[in-house]
Write a protein that binds this ligand. Sequence first.
Ligand SMILES: Nc1nc2c(ncn2[C@@H]2O[C@H](COP(=O)(O)OP(=O)(O)OP(=O)(O)O)[C@@H](O)[C@H]2O)c(=O)[nH]1
Length: 927
Amino acid sequence: MPMKIFELAKELNKGALDLVEELKNKGFSVRNHMTVLSDEEVKQVMAEYNSAEEEKKASSSKTKKKVVKKKTTKKKVVKKAAAAKADSSEEPASEETETKKKTVVRRKSVIRKKSSGDSEPKEVKPAVVEVKEETPEPKVEEKVETPVEEVAASAPEVEEKKPEEKSDSGFGLRVVSTEHVKTKEEIEKEKAEAKAKKEAAEKAKQEAADAPHRFTPVYIPPEKKGEEGSSESSDDKKVSKGRMGALASMMSGKKNVNKSQALTQERADTELKSYALGGTIGRPVYSTVKRKKTYSGPTKDTEITEVKESKRVVKLHDGATSDQLAKKLKVKLKDMIDKCLDINLLIKSGDYIGIQLANEIAALYDYRAENVAFDEDKVIGKEQLSDEDKSKLPLRNPIIAIMGHVDHGKTTLLDHIRNAKVVNEEAGGITQHIGAYSVKAGKSTLTFLDTPGHAAFASMRQRGADVTDLVVLVVAADDGVMPQTRESVKYCNNAGVPIIVAVNKMDKEGINPDRIKSELADIGITPEEWGGDTQFVPISALKGDGVDDLLESIALQTEMLELRASDKGNVEGVVIESKIEHGRGPVATILVQSGTLKKGDSLVVGETFGRARSLTDHLGKQLSKAGPSTPVQILGLDEAPSPGASVDVVKNEREAKKIVANRVAERKKLEETPKAKVSLEDFFAMAADDGKETKELNLIVRSDVQGSFEAIKQAVLALSNSEVEVRVIAGGVGAINDNDVNLADSSGAFILGFNMRPNTTARRLAEEKSIDIKTYSIIYELINDVTLAIEGMLDPDTVEEFIGRAEVKDTFVVPKIGTIAGSSVIDGKIKVGCNIRLLRNGKIMFDGKMSSLKRFKDDVKEVKNGFECGIGLEGYTDIKVNDQFEAYMLVEKKRTLDDVAKEEKLAAEAAELAALEAEEASMEARD
Ligand SMILES: Nc1nc2c(ncn2[C@@H]2O[C@H](COP(=O)(O)OP(=O)(O)OP(=O)(O)O)[C@@H](O)[C@H]2O)c(=O)[nH]1
């Protein structure tokens, strides 16, 4: 019965397509599994199939043996493969190679499983698979390189079996070759060819062995880092590392890219963008990527450029703070401070440095400081004369000041000179109090500076001394050298002003002029008759005795000084006194020091300016001009100038205003400059260390208006007490000037400004002399600071502070130590180092220091109430049972002015009581 192939395959329990293949091989004319086989064909196939089945059964035992054999072969292959690993590649004909060759052949075979389901194919399959597994892929590739003839020669077993299988296996297990199945002849031919090739290869190999050695490139994997004997250079490593790093970055997606990679990426992005833009504008837009220029090797030698000499200048307006200076010098402040120490200069942040000092500091850095502040001298046109030029100038009248202690007769002497000499000689004239006047003494004319009253004496003295050529030191013969006498001497020495001593009150009885000479000689003023150079003139200011001699001596002495000044050129002067008079406005007495002041001149006086509308001398006479050493009173200033202020004549009012504006600006700038805060207490801590016998607080007070000056003066003077005397030795209305600073320097006084600041030159001077100036705008603060200063000068009170009491219970004598009192603390505590009193029935037996304090045998620091202890006394052993110890500490307590006031009140009351008692006693005695 005809059947379709797939039906027959089903019958035979085979795959339809397999059957199609088989039938094709057997020469059946079949196209596919749907091909219909004729009845005969079906029978033929069935017959063949059955005979094959029988044959298969009969040969099943034989097949098993084959399998075993295959297994053995496999084991052999594995073993040989392992052995081959150890063998060198120089043994191409080894068994391993044979196995591999087999493998190569088998790789080209497809193993089909018999559909009968018996165990045989199952056993075969793993066998083949195992062979495959035992032959790793890379090895197969290696074997591919093996000459073909070798493969052919070494694979006879498999190849030879193929025809057998084909012939007798039928539908059994078969190795189906996808390639052409070679015939015997072909195999023989191939063998012959392979043999010939092998011989040729061996011959070539032999020739190669005989030939000279050739380098064979061999890949050596990179050695591990740190491995010894690494042949890889560091550069190679770097490159390799770089590449690997880049690769790693790419793999990880990290942006760990170098500059060039970044640049490339940037370019790529830019390009991408441009393409994107191209979509809209029709063409790609390229932008230039600026490549950063990098230094790629030596080009030019680097030259250190020196700052030109002309540029090594720091320009300062009179000065600068240390911070500003460091900035201008382009150095760190800390470095500058350190460097300044090299020149023994201690500066700190915020310190104001004047131009001179700034120049010194700048020099440390090869710079120089240039003052670019408004050059007043240049505008005024001041000239510095040489000594030779000065010696050619005409002589001028001497300026004389009178100094001395309170009530020694200064005013009396001045009055006498003025009344006797001025009034008498200038008959009919009415003397004007202008603070200075000139008198005739022989051929000379002497100009005396008036010193109005005790209160303002210090101020006038200071002013006078600074402008005076000679000082008459008045010393009362009945009183001798007193504090202000010494102070005057000190000041004159400091200013380099010669002295003539007027020994006054010679009319008094019981005086001892030699005592004065002796006392003054002790402070360096030695009389001529004692070998010194100071004239001592005995006078009586009250009676006028010796005054002519005094004037004569003054004239003589000043003649020797050869005082010269030009009556031409720039006018220079100083303000002696100033006030505002009702109806006249600001009035100032000026002492012309150089040049000739003319009526109508434009003036700059301190921080004010104006025109000299009128010039009046001390006799009230109007002058058209005033030459050197002439005191004149002027009207026409804008404000009342400060005493001591300098007077300059300028071209016109415009220039005067310019100068004044600059001075005001300077002052304001100074006010803004942070100043080191030093309390008056600090000052006095230093002053106290000077070891002065008497405690005096000398002050120089400058204020904006006379009223406040007087108020301040009265307030601070009122703070004087039995221990500290407050003295206002100079001051008044006006800016703190050079003279104030000089006076402070010589007298150790402190400068206080109330609504007043130092002028430019005074500030510089104070800086040079390290004089601290304190300024206030509230009187209370000023008074408070002075109070604190005084309190700082007061000796502290030592007060007793009770700390405890103990009772003696027993006494012991300890060798080398002495008597120890076994005591019980009954109040407070007993402390080591405290003072201790021994009381016996209330009587003080000992008052001193404790030598030891013990608890049992141990030294202790303190023993509290209720505990027992052993007490030893320094240098005292007579301690008895029931005695009491009183422990106390001596504590220093700062005293205040209130304390002093109370003490003084108590002292006054006690003195009054004592006086009363004394009076009563005397009355009783009389009765
Ligand atoms: N006996 C006598 N008394 C004199 C003489 N000179 C001054 N006096 C008196 O001493 C006192 C003080 O004289 P002043 O001239 O006021 O002394 P001062 O030094 O100017 O005093 P202050 O201005 O307060 O510093 C007055 O009572 C004078 O009369 C003198 O030569 N003989």
